[in-house]
Ligand binder design. Structure first.
Ligand code: ADP
Length: 267
């Protein structure tokens, strides 16, 4: 069996997916990007290979994507994360209907991508200028509230009041606003809910720039946060599909692109 690796070096996390020649996902691994992208990407790949129980030589084609993709010089190909995200989303949502709109929230940016009936990217909008509406903002909020980012979803659903409004459009001021709310005896659950709705409102504006088309797919690490998913669904008034492994969609897409490139070059 031949194997194909997709390596997504993101601002916050390195995601690696390995697919077999039939485009099945056979394994994946996520690690923090840290300060040494190149070394950590190789360590993550080696660890994944040994977990799956294959040899390095079994991986016959590697595609790198993401913010730090150019650092992974051994890759056979380099691809933009928007293309890889689109291909990965369609494959991850197989059997769940057509995907027409992708919302991706990463560590340092957020994107809305519009696809046509064939899955081609027709338009996209990106926020990479402001931390509000990104994973980093969620990380900072969790830190201020002394909870783990993994627990934000649970806190959101434990909120019983009207979500608090976080009005600052800048992440730094929003953090000060959160500290102010704590000082005014608001509980953590209601603040978390307010944070999610403030991000959701920004995301809805971004999606509206490309057009809201049914078949909405949400990925990136923050899609693991059920509270944020709930807030975006309510703000959009639409159901959103969340794949089984939302953080690895783009690396899986890169692995699939590798299969197509390899087959094209060898047939
Ligand atoms: P990038 O591709 O830019 O590195 P990711 O898509 O990997 O970004 O997303 C990273 C963000 O995902 C983190 O900043 C964090 O806020 C969020 N995140 C990661 N794991 C979880 C989790 N288990 N629950 C909720 N949020 C998470």
């Amino acid at each position: 069996m031949k194997y194909f690796a997709g390596i997504d070096i993101g601002s916050t996390a390195i995601k690696i997916s390995i697919a077999d020649e039939n485009k099945n996902l056979v394994g994946h691994k996520i690690s923090a990007s840290g300060s040494m992208f190149y070394q950590y990407a190789h360590e993550t790949l080696d660890a994944l290979i040994s977990e799956i129980g294959i040899k390095k030589e079994d991986i016959i084609y590697t595609v790198a994507t993401g913010y730090g993709r150019k650092i992974f010089k051994e890759a056979d190909e380099n691809i933009s994360e928007i293309t890889a995200n689109a291909i990965g989303a369609r494959a991850s949502a197989k059997g769940h209907g057509e995907i027409k709109t992708i919302i991706n929230i990463g560590g340092q940016d957020s994107k809305a991508i519009s696809l046509d009936d064939e899955g081609n990217v027709t338009n996209f909008a990106m926020n990479d200028r402001c931390a509000a509406g990104t994973g980093k903002f969620l990380d900072a909020c969790a830190m201020n509230l002394e909870i783990r980012v993994e627990d934000l979803g649970e806190k959101h659903f434990a909120s019983t009041g009207t979500p608090l409004s976080i009005n600052s459009t800048c992440a730094v001021f929003a953090e000060s606003e959160i500290i102010g709310l704590l000082g005014n005896s608001h509980n953590v659950e209601d603040i978390v809910c307010g944070v999610h709705y403030s991000i959701a409102k920004r995301i809805v504006k971004l999606v509206k720039r490309v057009g809201v088309k049914e078949g909405i797919y949400f990925d990136g690490g923050p899609a693991l946060n059920g509270g944020l998913v709930n807030a975006i669904e309510n703000e959009l008034s639409k159901k959103i599909f969340i794949p089984q492994y939302p953080q690895i969609t783009t690396s899986y897409g890169a692995a699939i692109i590798g299969i197509d490139s390899y087959n094209y070059e060898n047939n």
